[in-house]
Design a binder for this molecule. Structure first.
Ligand SMILES: *Cc1c(COP(=O)(O)O)cnc(C)c1O
Length: 454
């Protein structure tokens, strides 16, 4: 099968060798057209936003660190001019416009982008259960959920999830706060400190030798056997997706505060690290609903685990894995170590996504050190993947063509670029030290930029 596919889609030959590629999505259409057959709409995003608002008093009560944001779990948008200068000098990025960092790495409670989707799904499940039981009405002050009678009620239920690490952290911590029993099924790529942290919160962590998809499969089966257990399905969950999408609504106000306009003459470019696809997909879905054709979203994946790209290029989505094109699926970017993408997300993204970049593991550590030195901000290696976009875009013929096609070439000096930093603030000090001193053997092949197919 691979041979036929590679003939049809030459970029697969580059990917197969573990090389870095840039891919422009040939199926992207104008925004109005892209949402025609979509099962989700702006109403669903607004519904999610309203639900998070209802839970704000409860969140504020359980997690005092959210008090200054009124119980909303939100991150800052930060200008990073020194990083812009650094990537220009060090990598010749030649990036035009303003460079910003969306610091989901520092989101309260879970320290990663998963604090959006994961926590939202636990809260939605909680509301569903309590309302069905007649214990709660959507008019109530949800701070009451911290009371003993609610904890007692939720203690009879279990929440389970498969995770490479960060999703488990957000589901685990929030579920434990509500009172649920929690079981997190962790793949081989999950870092030890994440398992330790979860166990310290009373979460049961089951470890698997296999990759993420296997951990999910086992977790789902175990959960299905128990009628009082709820499985958070990272690959198919519409709820998770909508939790992520709320980010876009809140970004609007942050852009306004910084006097950043997004319109025909001021394009917005967003780069988001991608694993199974839920987080970057949900964020993109939200952003497109707000900024339409003026926002250009790119995913970034590890060169050894580009599952969403493999699915998008071939149109096979979750019916193909990176192993089937000859890649290992193993990567230092634990948050992105996924071999098979979400078919649901792939389908929603097909008419919306601008394109994808892949990046070698060695560079994640370099970008991590660059940001730390230039801006004194620490991100975990997975989260640094997004820098691949802003660093290489000006060196790629594919991007040049994209900009020309959309009439953007002379507008780039007025563009804003948002690198979506997806995790890092909970990484323990000793692990940070280890990361800072990690230099992977890159080899000549790795640092050379390869052009795809055409
Ligand atoms: C999970 C994760 C992502 C990607 O999210 P998906 O929903 O798996 O695509 C990106 N970065 C970090 C740090 C993550 O933990």
């Amino acid at each position: 099968m691979m041979k036929d596919l590679a003939e049809k889609f030459p970029i697969l030959k580059e990917m197969q060798k573990g090389r870095e590629v840039v891919w422009i999505n040939p199926d992207k259409v104008p925004f109005d057209e892209s949402i025609k057959d979509c099962e989700l709409s702006i109403k669903d995003i607004e519904d999610a936003q309203a639900r998070l608002q209802r839970f704000a008093p409860f969140i504020m009560r359980c997690f005092p660190e959210t008090r200054d944001k009124g119980g909303l779990i939100e991150s800052t948008l930060t200008d990073i001019p020194s990083m812009k200068e650094r990537i220009d000098q060090k990598y010749g990025s030649g990036l035009e416009g303003r460079l910003l960092l969306k610091q989901d790495s520092h989101l309260a409670i879970a320290g990663s982008v998963k604090a959006r989707g994961g926590i939202y799904e636990v809260l939605k499940h909680t509301e569903d259960l309590a309302v069905a039981q007649g214990m709660l009405s959507t008019e109530d002050d949800y701070a009451c959920l911290a009371e003993q009678k609610f904890r007692k009620f939720f203690e009879q239920y279990t929440v389970q999830v498969g995770s490479t690490g960060n999703l488990g952290m957000s589901i685990g911590v929030m579920s434990a706060a509500i009172g649920y029993q929690v079981i997190v099924h962790m793949s081989a790529d999950a870092k030890q400190w994440k398992k330790d942290l979860l166990r310290s919160r009373g979460v049961t962590v089951l470890e698997y030798e296999s990759d993420y998809s296997e951990a999910v499969k086992h977790g789902r089966r175990l959960s299905d056997e128990d009628p009082k257990s709820y499985f958070v399905d990272d690959e198919n969950s519409r709820t998770l997706f909508l939790g992520y999408a709320v980010a876009a609504k809140r970004l609007t106000a942050q852009l306004e505060e910084r006097k950043i306009t997004v319109d025909r003459d001021h394009p917005l470019f967003v780069y988001i690290p991608c694993g199974v696809g839920g987080a970057p997909g949900g964020i993109t879905f939200g952003l497109k609903h707000i900024f339409g054709d003026h926002v250009h979203c790119f995913f970034v994946e590890p060169a050894q685990a580009p599952c969403m790209l493999t699915g998008m290029v071939t149109g096979l989505h979750n019916r193909i894995s990176v192993q089937e094109i000859g890649l290992s699926g193993r990567t230092h970017a634990d948050g992105l170590a996924v071999g098979r993408p979400s078919g649901f997300v792939g389908n929603v993204m097909t008419p919306m996504l601008s394109g994808e970049f892949t990046v070698q593991d060695a560079k994640l550590y370099d970008y991590m050190r660059d940001l730390l030195e230039a801006e004194d901000i620490f991100l975990e290696p997975s989260a640094c993947a997004a820098f691949q976009g802003v660093i290489t875009m000006n060196q790629r013929a594919e991007i040049k063509k994209y900009l020309e096609k959309h009439g953007l070439t002379d507008k780039m000096k007025d563009a804003a670029h948002i690198v979506w930093a997806t995790g890092g603030s909970l990484v323990p000090e000793e692990v940070r030290e280890e990361y800072k001193n990690t230099y992977l053997d890159s080899g000549d092949d790795v640092y050379k930029i390869h052009h795809s197919g055409d």
